[in-house]
Design a protein around this ligand. Structure first.
Ligand code: 3IX
Length: 306
C-alpha cells in the first residue's frame, strides 16, 4: 500500500484542455493583447466621433477627409496642427531616428551582429512603407487602390486641364493632384496616417520591448535573489532602459498613439481607417512574424530580443 486511497476510476485520465494553436506565425497571447490597442483605439475613437454631440452635427467634407477648418471641433481636428505637420507628415523619418538612437545607445547592441539585423528589419519595414505610401513602380499602393476603386483627380477649376489629364490617361497621386489644384475624389482612400502610425509604432515597440522586459526581470530578481545579469547574460544596469534611445521611443510611441486616436476621432471613414489598420498590421506581420516560421530568413534578419 502506498497510503493513498484507492481510486474509483484508476484508468480515467483528466480531460485534456482544448489544443491551443501554437505557430510562430501568429502572435502570442501577450503580443495579441498589445496589438489589440490599435483596433480598440480606432473603434473607440470612431464611436466617440459618431456619438459625441460636439462632432456629430458638424459638417464633414468626405473629399478632404476632414471637418472643414472653420468647423473643426478641436485643434487636433485641423490638418495644420503642429503634431500632424512636424510628427506624422515626417513620420518615417522620426521612426528611423528613434530606432537609430535606440541601437546607438542601448548596451545590448555593443557586440555581435544584432545591430545589423535591426537595420535589415528596418530596411524591410521601410520598403513596405515606401511601396504603400510613396512609390510602387509608379504611384504607391494607396494611390493605386484609390484609382482602382474609381477615384480620380478632378481639376474642377480648369476644365481644359481636366480634359488634358483624361487624354493623357495619367495616373495621378494624391500629392500630384493637390499640387495641380485638383480634388482627389471618388475612390477608396486608405488612411495613410493609420497605416504608417501602426507599422512604425509596432516596429519600434517590437524592437524596444525586449529591452524593457529584461529590465523588469532584472528589477524583480534584485528584489528577490539578487542578480545583476540581464537576460543575455551580460552585466546590465538601469541605463539599459533609462538611456536616450528608450526615452525617445517612449515619447515616439505616446505621440503615435495620440495621433492615431486623433485620426480615429476626426478623419476618414471607418472603412478607410480599417483598411489602413489591416495593411499596417499585414506589413508588420511580413517583417516580424513571417521570418519566425522560415528558419533561413530568420537566421538572416533575426528576431528582436534574441
Ligand atoms: C536601426 C535603424 C536604421 C538606421 C538607418 C541606418 C542606415 C540607413 C542607411 C542608409 C539610409 C539611406 C537612405 C535613407 C532612406 C530612407 C530614410 C528614411 C525615410 C525618410 O526619412 S523619408 C523623409 C521623411 N518623410 C516621411 O517621413 C514621410 C512620412 N509621411 C507619409 O508617408 C505620409 O504623409 C502619410 C502616409 C503619413 C500620410 O499621407 P497623407 O496625409 O497624404 O494621407 P492620409 O490618408 O493619412 O490623410 C488624408 C488627409 O487627412 C489628414 N489627416 C489624417 N489624419 C490626421 C491627423 N491625425 N491630424 C491631421 N490631419 C490628419 C491628412 O493631413 C490628409 O490631408 P492632406 O492630404 O490635405 O494633407
Amino acid at each position: 500500500m502506498n497510503g493513498r486511497p484507492p481510486s474509483l476510476h484508476p484508468t480515467t485520465k483528466p480531460p485534456s484542455p482544448p489544443p491551443i494553436l501554437k505557430t510562430p506565425l501568429l502572435p502570442t497571447p501577450n503580443e495579441l493583447l498589445l496589438l489589440s490597442i490599435y483596433p480598440i483605439t480606432l473603434l473607440l475613437g470612431h464611436l466617440y466621433s459618431l456619438l459625441s454631440p460636439t462632432t456629430r452635427h458638424l459638417p464633414y467634407d468626405p473629399v478632404a477627409q476632414s471637418h472643414p477648418a472653420a468647423h473643426a471641433p478641436s485643434y487636433f481636428a485641423r490638418k495644420n496642427n503642429l503634431l500632424n505637420l512636424l510628427f506624422v507628415k515626417l513620420g518615417w523619418l522620426w521612426t528611423t531616428v528613434v530606432l537609430a538612437l535606440f541601437v546607438a545607445t542601448h548596451p545590448r547592441f555593443g557586440v555581435g551582429g544584432l545591430a545589423g539585423q535591426v537595420v535589415l528589419r528596418w530596411a524591410g519595414s521601410t520598403g513596405v512603407w515606401y511601396l504603400v505610401t510613396q512609390w510602387c513602380f509608379g504611384p504607391g499602393l494607396v494611390d493605386r487602390s484609390f484609382a482602382l476603386t474609381g477615384g480620380r483627380c478632378q481639376v474642377l477649376k480648369d476644365p481644359v486641364a481636366m480634359e488634358e489629364m483624361g487624354k493623357a490617361g495619367e495616373v495621378f497621386t494624391r500629392v500630384a493632384c493637390k499640387a495641380a489644384g485638383g480634388q482627389w475624389r471618388g475612390g477608396h482612400d486608405i488612411s495613410g496616417h493609420v497605416f504608417m502610425l501602426v507599422l512604425g509604432s509596432a516596429m519600434v515597440a517590437a524592437e524596444v520591448a525586449p529591452a524593457v522586459v529584461s529590465w523588469v526581470r532584472l528589477v524583480r530578481d534584485r528584489n528577490g535573489v539578487t542578480t545583476t545579469m540581464g537576460s543575455d547574460g551580460q552585466e546590465t544596469d538601469d541605463s539599459a532602459v533609462s538611456g536616450l534611445g528608450v526615452k525617445a521611443a517612449a515619447v515616439y510611441l505616446a505621440l503615435s498613439w495620440w495621433m492615431l486616436l486623433m485620426t480615429a476621432l476626426y478623419f476618414h471613414t471607418w472603412f478607410e481607417k480599417l483598411t489602413g489598420l489591416i495593411i499596417g498590421l499585414a506589413g508588420f506581420w511580413l517583417i516580424y512574424y513571417l521570418p519566425r516560421g522560415m528558419a533561413p530568413v530568420r537566421a538572416i534578419v533575426g528576431m528582436p530580443g534574441l
